[in-house]
Structures are given as C-alpha cells and as structure tokens.
Design a protein around this ligand. Structure first.
Ligand code: SF4
Ligand code: SF4
Length: 346
C-alpha cells in the first residue's frame, strides 16, 4: 500500500473530479432527531457541499448500493412458442465516499459470499467492480463494538482511505485508479510528523471504544447455550419487524419470486432481501414452518452472525456497527444478548 498526504483544500478538487465521472454516494444530513442531532443516510450527491463527512453513523448501511432491497434479475417475453430472456447488470461507474472501516469490512464479507463462493453473483460483482470506494477513519460511537470484531481497521477493499489529521488527510492508496486520480491533485510524501500524527489518531480510535464483546469463545458458548433461557428472554421481546436485517451491512438473506403478467406475455424474476426474524421466513410449501416461534428465529440470526458464517468463511459475519441495536424498537442489542449468554454459561 502507498501513503500520501492530501491537503484539505485539495480534497474538494478530488471530490469534484470524482463527481465529474461517477454517480457519487456520500453521507448526507436528512433530518434531526429529538435530541437535535443530525441524522445521516448514504445518498446520491451532486456537489461537494451536499456531503457531510462529520457524520456519526447512518441508520442504513451502504449495502443497498450493492445488494438492493428489490431487484429484477431478468425478464422474459413470450411470443407464440418462442421466448426471450433479458438480463441487465449495473455498469454505470459509481463512487461511495466516507465509508467507515467496519462498513468496508462488511463489503469484504459480502465479497466472500457473492464473489468468491461457489455461486458468484454477476449482479453484485458488476456493482462492486464499478464502485470506487473512499473510506474515512472515525472516532467510534459509544455503542459500536467493531474493535471486538476486528473490523475497526481495514487494509483492502477500498481505493482510497483517509485519516483526518486536522489540516490534511493521511491517505492510503490501494488501487491503480486511485493512484492515477491522485496524480491530478497536489499531494506530498509522508513526513515523520505525519506518521506520528496518524499513529496518534489511530491510538485515539483504538482507545475510543466503550463497548466490547467477548468473541473468542463465542462459537462454543453459542453451541453450549443452544437451549438457553436467554433466547426465550430476548425472543419474547422481538416484534418480528425485520429492521435489524434491513439496516445490517452484512445481512443478505433473500427470496426470489417470478411475476407473470395476466396475458402470459411477460414475466419478471425478482429478488428481494428478507429477514430471518420475519414470521414466514422458514415457512415452506404445504404450510410447514421450520421456525414458527420468534425465539428460534432470533436465535438463528445470532447463530448466522457469530457461528455459522465463521464456520463457512473463517470469521464472524457481524462487524460490530450496532445499527441493529439502535434500530430495534424492542431494545435487543447484540452486546446485551451476548453478555447474557456468557453469564448463563458461567
Ligand atoms: S429489529 Fe428487534 S424487534 Fe425487529 S426483528 Fe430485529 S430483533 Fe426483532
Ligand atoms: S452490529 Fe448488528 S447491524 Fe451491525 S453488523 Fe452486527 S448484526 Fe449487523
């Protein structure tokens, strides 16, 4: 990896160059909450001013730009005995600016499923390959536990990664296209003072975490506590709304339906993201439901995050952003559930 120093005044020129050639997605303030704090979402921007890099977190992750909640996989047209299939992949160049390290790590986990596993998704790949990613370091939110998940640091999966050093950015360059782009603005080599300032910021980030979860023996604890009352306690609270999976940067469960027009001349195959907490998640033809109680559905979401994914891909699926904990109206938070499990097992 190469490193450079980018003066803050040059950052604007860099963003404007990216805007010229790409659809740009960035954190944007959309409202304020009851405490008067700004609420941000990753949304398309058309100018530098629309972007707000001082954001704390976004309610939704940027997952939707790679895995839309609903997408047409293909359409069919029938004519007599004949039929035509048409498939469109996303190819318009796109850039996402301001992604946190844990959100880039979330994309790396999705890459394992949709690029490197047995059934790669051309839809996901086309979006991922056509998206230029500019990451940004941040001081963690109080309820974030990405340090516990090892996702507060990211070393690949982006084009540029910026660390704010007050009047300048410490920039990690991770792709040829990022290197070429930086040739068009004024940068300079990293001096010792920059390295010291960078390491100081990294130290503040590391020490800024207030929420920690124990993950080293978590897969075993989950196995030991499979029938624990902890699942009843939290499962009873669950409203089956599915919001946790909707906001999660790594939840990717989906269903596929085929919609046929009344005249049988056209059909569309539609993929829609789903949540394992929804009441009909495991209902199959004939009406049998493999997870009819909400306790089981909640439990299996946790098993996929911290147990099943680890077995398949060698790491947990959760990146510790706590978006699910913040959005849950029933107050179900991973840190609290996992703490209960450990206490139960002791
Ligand atoms: S957001 Fe909370 S209440 Fe809704 S499905 Fe998830 S755990 Fe249950
Ligand atoms: S904290 Fe919640 S929303 Fe964030 S990655 Fe983990 S399970 Fe998903």
């Amino acid at each position: 990896m190469l490193f450079k120093i980018l003066p803050k005044e040059e950052f604007r020129a860099l963003v404007e160059m990216i805007l010229e050639a790409n659809e740009v997605i960035a954190p944007k303030a959309i409202a304020t909450n009851a405490r008067g704090e700004r609420i941000h979402q990753f949304l398309p921007i058309r100018s530098f001013e629309e972007m707000d890099l001082e954001y704390k977190s976004t309610e939704y992750s940027a997952k939707t730009y790679f895995l839309p909640y609903r997408e047409n996989l293909c359409t069919f047209e029938f004519e007599g005995e004949d039929w035509q299939q048409s498939i469109q992949y996303y190819i318009q160049p796109r850039a996402i600016i301001g992604l946190r390290a844990h959100d880039i790590n979330a994309l790396l986990k999705l890459d394992k499923v949709f690029i490197r596993d047995r059934f790669p998704s051309p839809y996901y790949i086309s979006r991922r390959k056509n998206t230029f990613i500019v990451g940004l370091d941040h001081i963690p939110e109080e309820d974030e536990f990405s340090r516990s998940m090892g996702t507060h640091i990211v070393t690949h999966g982006f084009d540029l990664f910026l660390t704010d050093l007050s009047d300048r950015y410490f920039v990690a360059i991770n792709s040829d296209r990022a290197f070429s782009l930086l040739q068009k603005v004024k940068t300079r080599d990293v001096a010792d003072a920059d390295t010291h300032a960078y390491l100081e910021v990294r130290r503040r980030i590391r020490d800024g975490f207030k929420t920690h979860i124990e993950v080293h023996s978590l897969p075993n604890v989950l196995d030991l506590e499979f029938t624990s009352k902890v699942w009843t306690k939290w499962g009873e609270k669950c409203l089956n709304c599915g919001s946790c999976a909707a906001v999660c940067p790594t939840c990717y469960c989906y269903g596929v339906t085929e919609e046929v027009t009344m005249d049988f001349k056209k059909a569309t195959k539609v993929k829609q993201l789903y949540s394992c907490n929804l009441v009909d998640f495991a209902r199959v033809a004939g009406g049998h439901d493999f997870r009819s109680d909400k306790e089981a559905r909640l439990k299996y979401r946790y098993y996929h995050q911290y147990r099943g994914f680890l077995e398949d891909y060698g790491e947990p699926k959760c990146v510790g952003c706590n978006r699910c904990g913040r959005v849950c109206l029933a107050g179900i938070k991973p840190a609290a559930v996992i703490k209960d499990l450990y206490e139960e097992s002791v």
